[in-house]
Design a protein around this ligand. Structure first.
Ligand code: FE2
Length: 282
């Protein structure tokens, strides 16, 4: 059977350039003056009409301190995505259309079981229900990466519907239900352990969750990254540029390179892949 196509990347070249210029606090005119790439051509690229050459992309990458290989791959529409190999548990992405985009939640649990742990809750019960696998009937716990309508809207409904007694949110999050879980705090559900990392940047209150099976240390793990890092990009730094990029570097170094990244938008990737190609991971 052919592999299904992975979902589209969350960000295109234009989004990357816009985020990088905002990080560098650089206008198109200043970037043009420093790189020799015409401001109008940069503006076209930001507006998703790029015909920048590889040489122009290299100059922009150098000035904006971006990974040149990854930026050129994005510019060519060929950002590399890794094969997601075997994991010691089943990871199911619930992809839910929201506005003009798609938000991901994840169910992670033992393969073949009727229960799992849910990470993020989509915009509400209706969008979750449309993506929900019928064999999952019980939830061991719910973890939120951050409180935003597209990721957390369904929290209290899910807690009530599944009678969830373990619901966790980042410290300081203004969530209508759930308990705060801070840096390095872990919770265990059967053989699966979930450890929180406090990762502000996209939002003031934002967690990533490292999911692994400590009983099988050689097995690969998963990092549920919310809107910190996507395949080929990062989340918008609505709270703090500095903290977002510091947490990006920290998280990519904190877990093993084979760790699968399960982001709030776009396809699955791995730490190794993003260290090699993500424009912002330099
Ligand atoms: Fe988001």
């Amino acid at each position: 059977m052919p592999h299904p196509l992975p979902p589209a990347l969350e960000d295109e070249l234009g989004d990357i350039l816009e985020k990088a210029m905002r990080r560098a606090q650089m206008s198109e005119e200043i970037l043009a003056a420093r790189t020799g790439v015409a401001a109008a051509r940069i503006r076209d690229a930001v507006d998703y009409r790029s015909d920048l050459s590889a040489e122009e992309l290299r100059r922009l990458a150098a000035e904006l301190k971006l990974n040149e290989v990854g930026l050129c791959a994005l510019g060519a529409g060929r950002y590399p995505l890794p094969e997601i190999g075997p994991l010691p548990f089943c990871v199911r992405a619930l992809r839910m259309p929201h506005g003009i985009g798609v938000a991901n939640a994840y169910l992670i649990g033992p393969c073949g079981a009727d229960h799992a742990v849910l990470f993020d809750t989509g915009a509400g019960m209706r969008s979750l229900a449309e993506a929900w696998p019928p064999d999952i009937r019980k939830l061991d716990a719910v973890f939120l990466t951050h409180v935003e309508a597209e990721h957390a809207g369904g929290l209290c409904e899910v807690v009530a519907r599944f009678s969830v007694t373990a619901a966790f949110v980042p410290c300081g999050a203004e969530a209508p239900c759930g308990s705060p879980l801070g840096e390095a705090e872990s919770r265990r559900f059967g053989g699966i352990e979930v450890t929180a990392f406090t990762t502000p940047g996209h939002a003031a209150a934002h967690n990533c969750y490292w999911v692994r099976m400590p009983g099988t240390p050689a097995a690969r793990s998963v990092l549920v990254s919310g809107d910190l890092v996507f395949a080929g990009s990062v989340g918008g730094a609505y709270f703090s540029q500095e903290q977002l990029h510091a947490n990006l570097r920290r998280m990519l170094g904190a877990v093993p390179p084979g760790t699968v990244i399960a982001p709030g938008h776009g396809p699955l990737t791995t730490v190794e892949n993003e260290l090699r190609y993500n424009p912002f991971a330099v």
